[in-house]
Design a protein around this ligand. Structure first.
Ligand SMILES: [Zn+2]
Ligand SMILES: [Zn+2]
Length: 144
């Protein structure tokens, strides 16, 4: 999935700055979510932590990124599906957290509708599956 950061910024009425483009470039590189510490490591020389944090928050607010907490409570970010917009995320897909390589995948699996008890209104439902991803499974089957 190759996305054009400049276009994404334009579509969401965000001024494009070098730093904003860099953050999107890093995240759009892969179909796997990227953790905040990993982003800090990759962009640390160009963008200070506070600025990075601010950019990530803006992107989340605008429906450009969604945040997934991994099993250690670390924030991971992935690009949203194109139907997401401000205050309205539609990333109701299942996430997969590999317990071997710790990567988080956005799966093209829709989260089943969950019926809430009377009086409860769910705004987002997060479903994360834990286990072994296809890459790690392949390595287990054919060790080098
Ligand atoms: Zn894995
Ligand atoms: Zn996702």
């Amino acid at each position: 999935m190759r996305l054009d950061p400049v276009n994404i910024l334009k579509e969401h009425d965000l001024k494009h700055t070098r730093q904003r483009v860099r953050v999107l470039e890093e995240i759009a590189l892969d179909t796997v979510a990227i953790s905040q510490p990993e982003l800090e490591k990759k962009l640390g020389k160009e963008i200070d932590r506070v600025t990075l944090y601010r950019i990530l928050n803006t992107y989340e607010d605008k429906g450009i990124l969604h945040r997934i907490m991994d099993m250690n409570g670390t924030a991971n970010y992935a690009i949203c599906s194109s139907s997401c917009s401000e205050d309205h995320h539609h990333d109701e897909h299942v996430h997969f957290n590999c317990t071997t390589c710790t990567k988080i995948y956005c799966l093209e699996v829709v989260v089943p509708k969950i019926k809430m008890p009377k009086g409860f209104t769910a705004k987002t439902v997060n479903t994360t599956a834990y286990g072994t991803c296809e890459k790690c499974n392949a390595l287990l089957e054919n060790p080098a």
